[in-house]
Ligand binder design. Structure first.
Ligand code: KG4
Ligand code: ZN
Length: 343
């Protein structure tokens, strides 16, 4: 049987990435993270699409070279179709379509969220290790999304909880901005937390029914808490930065894991994975592992390099779409908003 070589392309936000997956094993994964947004305190869509335009040809070329694969040996081009910033998605989509037209290689449009979930199945060339068994619960926590999903197989899901406003990553980033920290704030809060007392300050917890989340209230209560304290101590933030970071992080972790506990009780599924940028958070990882030991859950933590946006995860979805003959026509268009649905 022929080897299935998938070229993955990711450009939904501020990372330009390309990867090559050969029969489900990762041969290369090149990521160009756009540093330009740091000084603006958030991703500037116009600058992001421009940077993708500058990077994409070089990134794809490097991914093919690193894998030692010729473009003529690629079986399908899997690109991120959505959700994300439209201008950013357009660059990856247009590039993939151009490459498809010029080579005759079929196209597969991928949901970025699907990619974050299947990141758990990524294995390097010579690596073999445990992957989640179906069905498992995936807590998908990124800068744009927070969802609890039952993953039934590679292409089948049921979303049982989601945020009704901000995503967990947004809560990290927005609160970090209020503290005067650079973008993205999540990793900075994580780093500062290691030297802080997580029980020092308490912030509001949302009271939302069922398995849904809400994070917009936390941002507001955090802001007012700081304003109140700055009245008495103008250096309140700098004097307490580590404790503020640790308490904020602990609050977000508790909110995330309270609902995850509920989801386990409700579904009876005890195999759990976390994915998306926030799944890199050390507080979340440590507490999940601790709770898993107590409750006898089986937990899957993604490798840090596959938590944030990358094309390897897009190629992994592409591989399973290919096996199931799911292709896109050349008139495929990107979608800024795109729900995660079974295929
Ligand atoms: O998955 P991702 O790269 O992009 C989206 O699809 O949104 O996630 C980016 C988000 C940002 O909000 C960033 O602050 C957060 O992931 N993040 C973290 C950590 N590393 C990245 N949040 C908390 N702790 C971290 N260590
Ligand atoms: Zn993402």
């Amino acid at each position: 049987m022929n080897i299935i070589n998938i070229l993955g392309i990711e450009s939904s936000c501020d990372d330009t990435s390309a990867a090559v997956l050969c029969d489900g094993k990762l041969f290369s994964n090149v990521i160009n993270s756009q540093a330009i947004h740091e000084k603006y305190g958030g991703v500037v869509p116009e600058l992001a699409s421009r940077a993708h335009q500058q990077n994409i040809v070089l990134v794809v070329k490097e991914a093919l070279e690193n894998a030692g694969i010729n473009i003529s040996d690629i079986s399908a081009i899997a690109f991120t179709k959505g959700p994300g910033l439209l201008g950013s998605l357009l660059v990856g989509t247009s590039f993939a379509k151009g490459l498809s037209v010029s080579t005759g290689i079929p196209l597969i449009g991928i949901n970025h969220l699907h990619g974050h979930i299947l990141a758990h199945f990524l294995r390097d060339k010579d690596e073999s290790s445990f992957v989640p068994n179906f069905p498992f619960i995936c807590l998908l926590v990124s800068g744009g999304h927070t969802q609890i999903i039952i993953v039934k197989d590679y292409l089948n899901f049921e979303i049982i909880g989601h945020t009704i406003d901000d995503a967990a990553g947004e809560a990290f980033d927005k609160c970090a901005k209020v503290l005067g920290l650079p973008y993205p704030g999540g990793p900075v809060i994580d780093r500062l937390s290691k030297q802080g007392d997580k029980f020092r300050f308490k912030f509001n917890k949302p009271r939302i029914a069922g398995l849904d989340y809400s994070f917009s209230g936390l941002k507001t209560s955090f802001l007012y808490f700081l304003k109140d304290n700055i009245k008495n101590d103008t250096d309140f933030i700098s004097n307490n930065l580590n404790d503020l970071a640790a308490s904020l992080q602990w609050n977000i972790v508790e909110i995330l894991l309270d609902k995850l506990q509920k989801a386990v009780k409700q579904t009876g599924i005890t195999e759990i994975a976390i994915s998306g940028g926030v799944s890199a958070n050390s507080g979340l990882r440590d507490e999940l592992v601790r709770q898993a030991e107590i409750n006898n859950w089986k937990v899957h933590l993604p490798k840090i390099k596959y938590t944030t946006d990358n094309a390897a995860m897009i190629a992994m979805v592409g591989y399973h779409m290919f096996l199931n003959n799911k292709f896109d026509d050349i008139d495929v268009v990107p979608q800024a908003r795109m729900d995660l649905v079974s295929i």
